[in-house]
Design a protein around this ligand. Structure first.
Ligand SMILES: Cc1cc2nc3c(=O)[nH]c(=O)nc-3n(C[C@H](O)[C@H](O)[C@H](O)COP(=O)(O)OP(=O)(O)OC[C@H]3O[C@@H](n4cnc5c(N)ncnc54)[C@H](O)[C@@H]3O)c2cc1C
Length: 550
């Protein structure tokens, strides 16, 4: 496979049919699919192309995010503003700054969410985004290891395989959880039914990550021009129409020639980057833009409706689990580099996943709690920059109950007009009592599961939260230790009412020649990790643009 052409110096005036900004999970796909029609496309990415073992070995994603220096190489560093319902904590919100974006630095979990989520979007005004509408896009993007059927794709650019060689303690916990929560063993939660517990599916082939860089860009045709290391600072407007983007490059932020579009500009800079770029370009709440001295082009609720999943870490000593010491990790990494698929690092650190009902009923009729199962210790939280090690390095089992239908909503706002500065990110976590109740229910479910004979004799002391904590102490533990799942969505909501930033064809309301295609358009978050849905949005966006649907 060829390398994508990376141009970091001034390439001279750039004119193409389409300019796509952001080569992440969605943007790389939009650009490639438009180029496949023969159109000329310029794809602009602020990060660089990287293909080393840190990126390609699935289990290394844990190291990237545990070691701050590594994380800074491939992400936009960011933290939330102090969270008022979490004792003023500032939680990490770093996100990919690399060719392939989040798909190249994420935890590889491949989860579509519940089919009902998409029907809910359509019912809420996002016409054309019901499950039957988006299914062809999901099928087109994937190559599932079981092959194609009416729900799964078998020939797409993103390989999807199940984690194999699971630790015995993972298997034991799955058995116990199924019995306790009254769910079945489910070997395909992206198939007919989401409920149940089973091995995680990861976006990888033969134990090596497949992000949108590898899937869609490495063999890009010549009419797709990829610029890495170039950051869009503003969308250029002429008579109410987007005509291109201004760019800077290099550490010295030198301006380079703008990229101009004959037809459309598509912004795919993610749920945190897209509202920043739109606001810097005069598209956002008019009063907020004026406070920053920005000329207003469109008064829209950009940056509202921010929401994210939240999980709480629980861990137990487990002799059959894995050691979380830096030495044992480095040894496994060296072996995995020498012989692919020879260690547990060939799959994401999440070995298995469950979708169950918390009993809090945040979403009637479908599971509202996702639980990740990792046979290794876990850090208490990652609020401070630095090295994040597990609370205990002895062999452990960690469970991460995750609240997948947050009721709380927050905002993204500009901190300044510096195009490289992190925006003010306020997910307003735990503002709604049901969000907290769901996570407490998750802890209680894990504890009930640990009493089951399939797992009871395989675990020792409860490390987190600690068996002495009960009742109100558990709520406090959640407030002090819950973490966001790096799944921010919704900041350029799709719809037809006044809360919408884009219409169901992803056009920015009131601005010609401009669309948004990334996780920011989700009206409500999907019930599961957000990468597969973001890639689907890339596929569907290209389809809408090409077909010219009005
Ligand atoms: C640490 C982490 C772990 C995760 N784990 C999982 C997981 O296991 N499974 C899962 O499904 N999801 C996971 N996610 C979430 C998932 O990866 C994201 O939801 C998804 O990548 C979002 O896609 P996107 O296209 O909206 O944005 P991104 O993929 O973030 O793409 C945006 C791109 O735009 C670029 N960009 C931003 N601003 C500019 C600018 N001004 N000019 C030029 N380029 C710019 C960025 O550098 C980036 O490459 C994780 C995310 C993170 C951060």
């Amino acid at each position: 496979m060829k390398r994508a052409r990376a141009i970091t110096d001034d390439a001279g005036p750039l004119l193409s049919d389409y300019v796509v900004v952001g080569a992440g999970s969605a943007g790389a796909i939009v650009a490639r699919r438009l180029a496949d029609t023969g159109a000329s496309v310029t794809l602009i990415e602020s990060g660089r192309q990287r293909r080393g073992p840190l990126i390609t070995i699935p289990g290394m994603s844990g190291a990237i995010h545990a070691i701050n220096a590594l994380q800074r190489m491939v992400t936009w560093p960011a933290y939330t503003v102090p969270q008022r319902n979490m004792y003023g904590r500032t939680l990490p919100q770093s996100h990919g700054r690399i060719l392939g974006g989040g798909s190249v630095i994420n935890g590889l979990a491949f989860v579509r969410g519940n089919r009902q989520n998409y029907d809910d979007w359509a019912d809420d005004g996002a016409t054309g985004w019901g499950f039957a509408d988006v299914l062809p896009s999901f099928r087109r993007l994937e190559s599932f290891e079981d092959g194609a059927n009416e729900l799964r794709g078998g020939a797409g650019p993103i390989a999807v395989e199940r984690a194999t060689g699971l630790a015995s303690v993972t298997e034991n916990f799955m058995t116990a959880l199924a019995a306790t929560a009254g769910v079945r063993r489910n070997d395909d939660y992206n198939g007919v039914q989401q409920d149940g517990v089973g091995p995680i599916q990861q976006s990888a082939h033969a134990g090596r990550r497949v992000g949108t860089d590898r899937g869609y860009l490495w063999d890009a045709p010549p009419n797709l021009r990829v610029l890495t290391g170039a950051t869009a600072t503003r969308i250029m407007m002429e008579n109410g129409r987007a005509t291109g983007v201004e760019l800077i490059a290099g550490r010295d932020r030198r301006p380079i020639s703008p990229a101009r579009a004959r037809s459309e500009v598509i912004v795919s800079t993610g749920s945190l980057g897209t509202p920043r770029l739109l606001m810097l370009s005069g598209i956002g709440h008019a009063d907020h833009l004026r406070q920053h001295g920005i000329t207003v082009h469109a008064d829209l609720p950009v940056g509202d409706n921010l929401h994210d999943h939240l999980f709480v870490p629980i861990s137990y000593q487990a002799p059959d689990g894995r050691r979380a010491s830096p030495l044992s990790f480095a040894t496994a990494a060296a072996r995995e580099c020498l012989r692919p698929r020879s260690t547990y690092l060939a799959h994401t650190l999440f070995e298995a996943v469950a979708f169950v009902d918390s009993g809090v009923r945040t979403r009637a009729g479908i599971p509202d709690l996702q639980m990740f199962i990792l046979p290794i210790g876990y850090p208490e939280n990652q609020d401070e920059p630095g090295l994040h090690l597990a609370v205990e390095s002895s062999p452990s089992l960690s469970l991460l109950p995750t609240m997948i239908y947050p009721q709380s909503r927050g905002t993204v706002r500009l901190a300044s007009t510096d195009p490289l500065a992190a925006p003010l990110i306020d997910p307003n976590y735990l503002a709604e009592p049901r969000d907290l109740a769901t996570l407490v229910a998750g802890i209680e479910l894990v504890r009930a599961t640990m009493a089951h004979p399939a797992i009871a004799s395989h675990v020792g002391r409860e490390i987190l939260p600690g068996s002495e904590r009960h009742g109100p102490d558990l709520a406090e533990f959640v407030r002090r230790n819950a973490s966001g799942v790096y799944h921010p969505v919704g900041t350029c909501r799709m719809g037809t009412d006044e809360r919408a930033v884009v219409d169901p064809t992803l056009r920015v309301r009131g601005v010609a020649g401009l669309r948004v295609a990334d996780a920011s358009i989700m009206p409500n978050i999907v019930g599961g990790n957000t990468n597969a849905a973001s890639m689907m949005i890339g596929e569907r966006a290209a389809e809408l643009i090409v077909s010219g649907v009005q």
